[in-house]
Design a protein around this ligand. Structure first.
Ligand code: ACM
Ligand code: ZN
Length: 524
């Protein structure tokens, strides 16, 4: 068996079926047109069968016939992805080993996130990522479209969000805590037409696009465009700093800025933006961020303090809870479910019955609020930092940390219905383009896919690595610059001193160089 993610049940038999380029299908599957021609009498057949699990499939391969049964179009496509792996289709293989497979996903939420604020990748890169998500049977694209360092989605009611908020003059380089700046303008955004096009592209691949629009923090780009959104109206820039130990660039204002919760005009803005977001994205879920809200400006703002007194909110965390609750109920009225980072369940007074809110559990350490929330049946997506933060270097988070993710270590029973699934996060502070994107995303995406799709009791890192080795020629053929797994390489590798010293300083950009040296040495 060479398939990633590993199917639920399989038996391998003698012999092969040879794909002859003809297929008969009960489903309309336009994406297979490139390697098959429709033909009524074909021995390669896709049959609609309502008894098969949603997104699941049954595959029977004998020397004479290849039969797929599925109840959904996604299930039919996933069966074809399995066939593609079984015969090494991308390498020119057409012989499918005889087998019987019954497969279905462990989790309904199998997500990958992309931060386009810190670096903007654009439509071509996003579609390429969606293509690879499709082959790995991932089905949620969590699109981080706004943050301090850039607003990346056209909002018709507020044109300055993109006119001003999508551009910055400089970018911090060299890793967390580095004071190094590159004075190269960076910008970009998606028009609503492009967004619709990407949503449709994803939908054909069984992928739901979930937008993330961050409130009330991580709003410096929006505030640069509309200074009245902040507690203190003052012209500020779109920052190119990402955080860590950095100089305070804008007087005493931080790179991570919050909206003023004390003005009704803030809610007019937020609801105006969310109106357009809800109209654009068919997703049931809208991610509203809610992480890492600094309280400094709220503490000094008379309007925020006055709202706190009026609503008997005992501190600024409660003010955030009051703010989040208004957003959650706004979305609920529009028929949507809000997602927030787990920071928001620390806010007193939050509507956290788990029905109108999903939390995304990201914090690096076991978190008692998240634990309690899950125990109470609150809905949850698991993205724990030490396993699923794909921006991390492999030195800090080797591949097995992703593969061997154990929700119980975080106090979570992932078998409950309230756990929707898992997600990998591609934060892009240190990912300026495709080369680094590939390195950080592959083969972590394959490890994530196996956590998300396959049965937990079958997870075995050494068998995964065996199958990954079989996949590498395909990844190379498809032009994917994946990371080598250093854990398993010869420890006597001699690296150049420059690469070593930059890497030790924590410069994540040197991971690309390190990977090349490991790869060259490891393959000798
Ligand atoms: C996060 O990493 N602040 C969600
Ligand atoms: Zn305020």
């Amino acid at each position: 068996m060479n398939v990633i993610p590993l199917p639920k049940k399989y038996t391998e038999n003698e012999g092969v079926y040879r794909i002859d380029g003809k297929i008969r299908s009960d489903f309309d599957l336009p994406l297979i047109a490139d390697y098959t021609e429709k033909s009524d009498g074909a021995s390669f057949e896709i049959i609609k069968d309502e008894d098969v699990a949603n997104e699941g499939y049954k595959l029977t391969v004998t020397p004479e016939r290849l039969t797929v049964k599925a109840s959904s179009k996604s299930g039919a496509y996933y069966a074809l992805q399995t066939v593609r792996r079984l015969c090494n289709f991308d390498l020119g293989g057409r012989e499918v080993p005889c087998c019987e497979i019954e497969d279905e996903p462990r989790f309904k939420w199998r997500g990958l996130h992309l931060d386009e604020s810190r670096h903007f990748f654009g439509e071509t890169e996003v579609k390429r990522l969606l293509d690879f998500m499709f082959t790995e049977k991932l089905n949620i694209f969590h699109w981080h479209l706004t943050d301090d360092q850039g607003w990346r989605i056209e909002i018709e009611k507020y044109p300055l969000l993109t006119e001003i908020g999508s551009k910055r003059e400089y970018t911090q380089v060299g890793g967390w805590g580095s004071g190094d700046i590159e004075y190269i303008p960076h910008g970009g955004y998606y028009t609503q037409e492009q967004i619709k096009n990407i949503i449709a592209y994803a939908a054909e691949r069984g992928i739901t696009v979930v937008p993330e629009i961050d409130f009330p923090a991580h709003c410096a780009a929006a505030i640069a465009a509309y200074p009245g959104l902040a507690c203190f109206e003052k012209k500020t820039e779109v920052p190119g700093y990402f955080g860590g130990l950095i100089p305070e660039k804008q007087g005493n204002l931080r790179w991570n800025r919050t909206l003023c919760c004390g003005k009704e005009s803030t809610f007019d803005f937020v609801f105006g933006v969310l109106d357009e977001i809800c109209d654009l994205f068919p997703s049931e879920y809208v991610h509203i961020g809610g992480d890492e809200a600094p309280h400094g400006e709220w503490k000094r703002c008379e309007k925020c303090q006055s709202v706190m007194r009026k609503n008997a909110l005992k501190n600024e965390k409660a003010l955030q809870g009051w703010f989040e609750s208004r957003l959650i109920s706004f979305l609920k009225e529009k028929g949507k479910t809000a997602i927030g980072w787990n920071d928001i369940i620390e806010c007193p007074g939050l509507d956290d019955d788990g029905k109108s809110l999903v939390i995304q559990y990201w914090t690096p350490k076991r978190d008692k609020h998240a634990e309690r929330y899950a125990e109470g049946g609150g809905a949850m997506i698991l993205s724990n930092h030490q396993s699923f933060y794909f921006d991390m270097t492999y030195a800090m988070m080797p591949l097995d940390a992703t593969y061997n993710y154990n929700p119980r270590a975080f106090g979570i029973d992932a078998d409950g219905d309230n756990v929707l699934g898992v997600e990998g996060e591609l934060w892009s502070e240190w990912i300026p383009g495709r080369e680094k994107l590939d390195l950080n995303a592959f083969p972590r995406m394959q490890a994530l896919a196996e956590v998300a799709w396959s049965q937990e009791n079958k997870r075995d890192f050494s068998d995964f690595k065996r199958r990954l080795d079989l996949l590498k020629p395909t990844l190379e053929k498809l032009g994917i610059g994946y990371a080598v797994d250093r854990v398993s390489l010869n420890k006597n590798i001699i690296l150049s001193s420059k690469v070593q010293s930059e890497f030790r300083k924590g410069n994540p950009l040197f991971e690309t160089e390190l990977n090349k040296e490991y790869k060259a040495e490891g393959e000798k």
